[in-house]
Design a binder for this molecule. Sequence first.
Ligand code: 5AD
Ligand code: FES
Length: 350
Amino acid sequence: MNEILKGLIDKLDREKKLPHGEWVTLFDGFTDEEREYAASVARKIADEKYGKKIYIRGIVEFSNYCKNDCLYCGIRRSNRNAQRYRLTDDEILACCDEGYETGFRTFVLQSGEDPAYTTDRLVEIVRRIKAAHPDCAVTLSLGELEREDLARLREAGADRYLLRHETATKCHYEQLHPDFMSFEHRMKCLQDLKELGYQTGTGMMIGAPFANSDTLASDLEFLCEFKPHMVGTGPFLPHKDTPFRDEPKGSYELTLFVLSLVRIMLPNVLLPATTALGTIRPNGREQGVLHGANVIMPNLSPTAVRKKYMLYDNKICTEDSTTECRFCLQRRMESIGYEIEITRGDYCDD
Ligand code: 5AD
Ligand code: FES
């Protein structure tokens, strides 16, 4: 093992931060050996904080309409090949009910940025879920909203919010998004979420076009400073109907290494082994857990619409039902010595 890189991993473990240049050194220099070393440090921390328990969150992908046009995303508004759908309020509720029966205690409502779901309507949906399942957490993942709307949703009972920053480098953000989207607005939104008392999740894709060790170092520095409760990160995967169709996938090994470094830097963080990680490798999510992840977020959407929520090509679990995914995951976790925990799985502070 490279002693300098090992030294940097140990330093991160002690000091919970690194200067920019040392992040770059790690990303440029690591091999399987340093990745496995980081995984062992990360897994030890995760085991101390969360034991051998993996939290599950059920995602309801309730609409794939989106007013945005992110260059990497399969449901961007200029993709004319996407078959658009919206679930009714009753259908969303029914997904949560089915999820509850199968053991989910967190529901993640996720969609494109779809103005058809007004704040009034979303407030009503959140209220209904909380009334039907008072022992459950509701997480929103609806893209950027104004502070006033976020405040109303929080009052209605929403507990958590996921909004990936995507990249902490403004000029990189602009390479991944259309002109009408703004880096500052996204960052403002993240700040609002924290101030409003949401358990806040952020994150980035690994190996997106124009990303490099320098932008990734800035992402880790941003995470260090922002201190999110959750960090969602998976490899970039191209989608055939986007401008990035011919761009290479992000690196699987780098994604795993980043998961471990995030766990070491933010010991209590809720860290999902993402669907994108399970898509790039058949046992990617198991490896994610072995690299320090402690959350899995399968889909609760009706099987009929799953194929339509295609952010990238070949997304897994689009043929499977809620129950199939639930038990598939249980087997997968048991195969590596972990078990699924049926609780809300809130952020633990100690
Ligand atoms: N590859 C990987 N991840 C993607 N996302 C969107 N498009 C892709 C893609 N092509 C991620 C973004 C977004 C989250 C919901 O999915 O990071 O925030
Ligand atoms: Fe969906 Fe395995 S988790 S089929």
